[in-house]
Design a protein around this ligand. Structure first.
Ligand SMILES: C[S@@+](CC[C@H](N)C(=O)[O-])C[C@H]1O[C@@H](n2cnc3c(N)ncnc32)[C@H](O)[C@@H]1O
Length: 294
């Protein structure tokens, strides 16, 4: 397997999952199959049900997992709809992982518009056959709507100033590429990035990506549904990459624990090791939370 995308907190996922026997590991965000590859390799009888919305990632996943033959089943859909698409009565599920966001391959793809460092059309849709693009958002939404998106999904400081600047800039033509948007961001925040800080465009791009793909919309309902459908003892594992998402997962897992429907394996999130962050710096923001269903 070509490790074009390094699976984040892979060791921790394997540890908390434990040996599923011949049960299924449901990888809700299969990407190119990184986590699933290591689960299949480590646990010889385990099977994977892999889900992703992005066909280009699934092409790679099929290739990367081909050596595991019929131990792997792949379904293309939004993971939030997986309970409508797959009959879980047929699967003995030992663990389910949600590792959302985007893979490094998606981030670096010059056609997708996820990175402020690569000049590309301002798209950001994970499923390119569906929905509105980031360019549609930036070029058509009102100042008030843009402020809401930047604040709620990116915790962007100066969200009002940025939205105003976008409205003014678009009078001179559409902001339809990543670098055009980055220029506007730099006009508001300056070009210099203080040491140890991320470029302000990172938060702005994150906010737009979350909005365009409605990443937070159904998380709580999805986790509650998973808790009601999956068998007792199954592990529900979530890796978040930003605080807005992590707060949502934390609250939902706590609620399930308080209702006696799940047990928190640890009261606090797990973080990637220093070694992992050194080898794969983007893993730095990851937080893993896990519950065992009761
Ligand atoms: C960080 S990558 C996952 C990488 C994977 N765990 C691995 O190790 O190769 C995130 C993946 O989740 C997918 N994804 C994000 N949101 C999704 C959703 N709502 N439904 C299905 N797939 C989604 C993305 O297309 C992307 O391939």
């Amino acid at each position: 397997m070509k490790l074009l995308h390094y699976p984040v907190m892979n060791r921790e996922v394997i540890d908390v999952l434990g040996d599923p026997g011949d049960g299924y590991f449901v990888d809700c965000t299969l990407g190119m199959g990184g986590h699933s590859f290591f689960v299949l390799k480590r646990f010889e009888r385990s099977r994977v049900l892999g889900v992703d919305v992005d066909e280009e990632s699934l092409v790679k996943a099929r290739e990367n997992l081909s050596e595991y033959g019929d131990r792997v089943t792949i379904v293309r859909c939004d993971y939030m709809k997986v309970f409508d698409v797959v009959d879980f009565g047929k699967y003995h599920v030992s663990g389910m992982l949600i590792d959302p966001g985007i893979s490094m391959v998606q981030l670096k793809d010059p056609q997708r518009g996820f990175s402020h460092n690569i000049d590309s059309p301002l798209d950001m849709r994970k499923d390119r056959g569906f929905g509105i693009s980031a360019a549609d958002v930036v070029n058509t939404m009102s100042e008030k709507e843009l402020i809401g998106i930047f604040r709620d999904f990116g915790e962007v400081k100066l969200a009002d100033k940025l939205a105003k600047c976008i409205i003014e800039r678009r009078l001179f033509g559409p902001i339809d590429t990543t670098l055009k948007l980055k220029e506007v961001v730099e006009k508001v925040f300056g070009k210099r990035v203080p040491k140890g800080k991320v470029h302000p465009a990172a938060q702005v791009f994150q906010a737009l990506r979350i909005y365009v793909n409605d990443e937070l919309g159904g998380i709580e309902d999805f986790l509650l549904k998973a808790a009601s459908i999956l068998e007792k003892g199954a592990k529900l594992i979530f890796i978040s990459y930003h605080s807005v998402e992590d707060r949502l997962v934390k609250r939902t897992f706590k609620g399930l624990a308080n209702d006696g429907r799940a047990k928190l394996i640890k009261p606090f999130p797990m973080f990637p090791s220093e070694e992992e962050v050194r080898e794969n710096p983007p893993s730095k923001s990851a937080k893993l939370r896990v519950v065992t269903l009761q």
